[in-house]
Design a protein. Structure first.
Length: 215
């Protein structure tokens, strides 16, 4: 019997589990937020890069201009769930905080945070939820299941677990459902990654606009 860390599912699961653990640590160690957030970005990016051969088929799918358009629609629809559901929480997120870092360090941290928010985390989440979990709910031999295969139990299970994993459960569950339906429609994980990135960009832009309006 092969060691669990040699299993096909391990490269999909470990980055997400470390991401989840560090995100929870941020809740209890707010003064370490910058360090833990950067650790999340760098660890997830490093693991995805190290295990990129496991994801090659999913991440190198061709994506058409029409699929980019569908991704834009799905990303915009996903973003629309955020302001309505968590308006007060988003206002809390834009409260100004004093930076104790020199300007170069502050710019570096902001760059890492932006790269994680827009690129690394969408890739990591879509690999875990859409490429792995949606198929694993159908069969433990998930690689034998074609990407985007529909099964009601799988969709419901991933939607619920996505909502339970983090704060803003209803919103994240709704976003997860949109991404799952997009994958089942287009059978293209890159389409979901683009849609997720668009949603993240719109959320970040919304937060910055609120910051400008309030302060």
């Amino acid at each position: 019997m092969a060691a669990f860390y040699r299993s096909n599912w391990f490269p999909y699961v470990l980055p997400f589990l470390l991401y989840l653990a560090l995100a929870q640590a941020e809740e209890f160690l707010p003064h370490w937020h910058d360090h833990l957030y950067c650790a999340r970005v760098l660890i997830c990016a490093g693991l995805i890069l190290m295990w990129r051969r496991h994801f090659q088929a999913e991440l190198t799918q061709k994506i058409t201009a029409r699929q980019y358009f569908y991704a834009l629609l799905a990303g915009t629809l996903s973003f629309s769930l955020w302001p309505v559901a968590v308006h007060e929480n988003l206002i809390h997120l834009v409260q100004p905080t004093a930076s104790t870092y020199p300007v170069p360090v502050s710019l570096l941290l902001q760059g890492i945070a932006l790269a994680g928010f827009v690129f690394v985390f969408p890739i990591m989440n879509e690999l875990f939820w859409r490429s792995f979990m949606l198929r694993y709910f159908i069969s433990a031999d998930f690689r034998s299941v074609p990407l985007g295969t529909f099964q009601l139990f799988s969709v419901v299970g991933v939607t619920i677990l996505s909502g339970l994993a983090f704060r803003y459960g209803l919103v994240l569950g709704g976003v997860s459902l949109i991404m799952s339906l997009l994958l089942m429609w287009q059978k293209n994980l890159r389409c979901c990654i683009v849609a997720h990135s668009i949603c993240q960009i719109l959320v970040g832009t919304y937060i910055m606009m609120m910051h400008s309006a309030l302060f």
